[in-house]
Design a protein around this ligand. Sequence first.
Ligand SMILES: Cc1cc2nc3c(=O)[nH]c(=O)nc-3n(C[C@H](O)[C@H](O)[C@H](O)COP(=O)(O)OP(=O)(O)OC[C@H]3O[C@@H](n4cnc5c(N)ncnc54)[C@H](O)[C@@H]3O)c2cc1C
Length: 382
Amino acid sequence: MLKTEEMGVRLDLSEAEQAFQAAVREYADEFVAPRAAELDSLKRFPIDAMREMAAKGWLAIITPEQYSGLGLGHFDLVLLGEELNRVCPSTGVSWSVHSSLVTSPLITFGSEALKEKYLPVLARCERVGAYCLSEPDYGSDAGGLQCRYQEVEGGYRLKGTKAWITNGPDAQLFLVFATKDPAMRTKGISAFFIDGETEGLSIGKKETKLGIRASSTSQIFLDDVFVPTENLLGEEGRGFHIAMHTLDGGRVGIGTQALGIARGCLEATRAHVLENGLDKHQSVQFGLADMAVQCDAARLLIYRAARLKDLGRPHSREASMAKLFASEAANAAARRAVEIFGNEGIFEGSIVERLFRDAKITEIYEGTSEIQRLVISRFVLK
Ligand SMILES: Cc1cc2nc3c(=O)[nH]c(=O)nc-3n(C[C@H](O)[C@H](O)[C@H](O)COP(=O)(O)OP(=O)(O)OC[C@H]3O[C@@H](n4cnc5c(N)ncnc54)[C@H](O)[C@@H]3O)c2cc1C
């Protein structure tokens, strides 16, 4: 096991990174924050923000320049993600699934033709992307998925149901994981890109959720859907590897979402405390101190995992640690924030009420806290 001091990763920000962080913070404060409560209340997908960010290149941060991207790193995804999630976690996850979960495996595993076909389209938000791994009976145990594919002339045919798919109702491009034979478990799984208008693909009803209500979620039904050979992502049988490789980055993304939520809670609570003269109470002071520690500790873990990813070094353990710690920190910070706000923290329209509801999902998707502990303990016991 690597010791922290042997990792040799930078945790400070370069001048370019600081400038990028300032630009995304300004955008989040000016354009995302004012719309967040209304989008949440109306459960409306943040398509305006997605298009605005596409115009700035922010849906294609890690996409190489030759495919209309900015050619930056996963660390820059973290910088943007923290600022966005601080004010609107619904916008944060919609953006993250599109520009990380769907875009990243295409960059890493896609053929030249597939990259040319879809990366510029994703960069410009001409199609919103969705990542379809989970199924009604297979969430944590994704290796057991049942959605089947069969090889046919010129491609493949897919049949099955995907569940809890973020962006599902608003997406036009689906990254779908399916198996040749469930008995082959992880070895039978392959990954396919499917256009939304393909015959046989249909979208379930939009789910109503506790939190991240402006992010859309649904089932995806595949009824004998034809996928041309060129839309296979990577090699046949490598789908599970692609899914897990992608989730390492995704976990850094959800950790970042949780960090943003914790920081949003800290900032809102600090302002509330000062405005209302609550700063004289020691219990309130200590609450703010705990939230500040949780934010900084989460940020350091996330920065470490993102830097390792950008260096092309193993980071499964670090990504799981970052996601586990940050998601638990976000929930602790949100709980404390609501308590310090008192009455005002309970009512709709208060930012901490929304962040409290939004925080819970960070402990569930892209691997529950139990699954993160399983991953981490395997490294500890190696
Ligand atoms: C709002 C939302 C958005 C989502 N977006 C997407 C998406 O875009 N794409 C996608 O593919 N999926 C998505 N998911 C699915 C999500 O990743 C799964 O819900 C998650 O992995 C948990 O799976 P599950 O709900 O089936 O729980 P289960 O796997 O049934 O787990 C239930 C409980 O048992 C525990 N458990 C299960 N297995 C173990 C084990 N081996 N050891 C210890 N404890 C265990 C879990 O920790 C949990 O507490 C989303 C889910 C939600 C709620």
